[in-house]
Design a protein around this ligand. Structure first.
Ligand SMILES: NC(=O)c1ccc[n+]([C@@H]2O[C@H](COP(=O)([O-])OP(=O)(O)OC[C@H]3O[C@@H](n4cnc5c(N)ncnc54)[C@H](O)[C@@H]3O)[C@@H](O)[C@H]2O)c1
Ligand SMILES: O=C(O)CC[C@@H](O)C(=O)O
Length: 387
């Protein structure tokens, strides 16, 4: 029997995929795996029983990836599972920033019930007029799951699209329309585009990537959209650019104290992935990945360990070892098994930077103490014997 803990509301469409032998727990001390959305785990002290964390979503900046890796906790995310939900809200953001739709709706609310409202609206409406997005230039920074969908959709809406992503994967490149201008430096996006939208993860390299200098390279009256993470933008610098009118409007999915309620800032309460479809897709993917890891030892879509897949476990035991990526680890594992007369039916080893993972299908039933003996080998982080 396995136990899981949900640290945020995770869709039942996913949780119901766990078989009956899985139990939900409220205690981390009992949980084999954790499911999380945006709750921060940076202060969490993970007990030894926790084997994996699944982020039902894309961004993993709320999870201490290195701390988890050092404890032999595999962290998963659900790439692409909420990308359409976010794309649709970004398109809404483009339109909300182009005309004062929100101001117009508020005006109607304030005059609700008035006899002459129709006539008054005709007089007032010029205050809320704006521009069309067709024919305008959109710069997309980050062309992964969300950026690619946004870029393609904007093309369909008649925008001219510029895309920037120096680390674009081959799979993501296949998703992009050939009509998107491939931009090789950020400055070109800033110089050319009327609208700029951010779709990169928050990592050391991207934190504060939109600052005074990048903002100054942007066109006067640029509209900036941020549905990725607040920390990508230096707020003080942005506020200054909004005050001078250099940035015409900022649309963000991340309420912060400094920006919420400010003129020409449209703040949405982190609703990008809040659709039935996205929540269900993320939860299903997270649950499937956790179950596959617990029952078969397979790692699919991890963000701190290498992906490694030996298919469904057969009737014989499968040994899995999370360890540092240093020489002679496999030699020590196979030697230990050989000494005990255990034959290896299949073995896979994969590495990712500092960390590695070895899966071994054994011909014989495991001997007592096997896990303990393996754990005593230097540079081994976690051992699991799946019976
Ligand atoms: N608002 C929401 O609810 C919501 C939902 C999902 C994701 N997000 C955020 O959006 C981010 C992107 O999500 P995704 O699903 O598209 O992720 P993804 O991993 O599919 O795409 C990210 C892309 O950014 C690129 N990239 C990385 N560093 C870059 C840089 N310095 N310059 C340009 N490109 C760079 C990568 O190469 C990759 O193609 C997530 O990390 C998350 O923070 C927000
Ligand atoms: O869970 C959510 O609602 C938001 C998820 C989003 O921020 C993500 O990074 O996938």
């Amino acid at each position: 029997m396995y136990q899981y803990q949900c640290l945020n509301a995770v869709s039942e469409a996913g949780l119901s995929l766990f078989p009956e032998s899985y139990q939900r727990t409220q205690s981390m001390e009992e949980a084999d795996v954790l499911l999380v959305r945006s709750a921060s785990l940076h202060e969490t002290v993970f007990p030894d029983n926790v084997k994996a964390v699944a982020r039902a979503g894309a961004g993993v900046n709320n999870i201490p990836l290195k701390t988890c890796a050092e404890k032999g906790i595999v962290v998963f995310n659900t790439p692409g599972a909420n990308a359409n939900g976010v794309k649709e809200l970004v398109i809404a953001g483009l339109l909300l920033a182009s005309r004062d739709i929100i101001g117009g709706i508020e005006w109607v609310k304030a005059h609700a019930g008035e006899e002459q409202i129709a006539g008054a609206a005709e007089k007032e409406k010029k205050r809320f007029a704006g521009q069309e997005i067709e024919g305008k230039k959109l710069g997309v920074i980050g062309l992964g799951a969300i950026g690619a969908l946004v870029a393609n959709a904007a093309l369909h809406l008649g925008m001219e699209v510029y895309g920037y992503d120096p680390y674009l994967s081959v799979d993501s490149a296949w998703n992009l329309s050939r009509h998107i201008h491939h931009v090789r430096d950020l400055e070109e996006i800033c110089r050319e585009c009327d609208y700029i939208t951010l779709h990169v993860p928050v990592v050391d390299d991207t934190k504060g990537m939109i600052h005074r200098e990048t903002l100054s390279q942007m066109k006067d009256g640029v509209i900036l959209l941020n549905f990725a993470r607040d920390l990508l933008v230096k707020e003080e610098d942005l506020l200054e650019a909004l005050t001078t009118g250099h940035v015409r409007s900022y649309v963000t999915d991340f309420p912060t104290k400094k920006l919420s309620g400010k003129e020409r800032v449209i703040v949405i309460p982190h609703l990008g992935a809040s659709t039935d479809e996205s929540e269900e897709n993320c939860a299903r993917m997270a649950v499937r990945q956790l179950q596959d890891y617990l029952e078969n030892g397979n790692i699919v879509n991890s963000v701190n360990y290498p992906n490694c897949n030996m298919g469904k476990k057969g009737k014989n035991p499968r040994l899995t070892v999370l360890h540092y990526n240093v020489p002679n680890m496999i030699g020590q594992f196979t030697m230990l098994l050989a000494k005990r007369g255990v034959n290896i039916a299949d073995l896979t080893n994969k590495s990712r930077g500092r960390y590695a993972y070895t899966m071994i299908d054994m011909d014989e039933t495991a001997f007592p103490e096997l896990e303990k003996e393996l754990l005593r080998i230097e540079n081994v982080l976690k051992v699991r014997l799946i019976l």
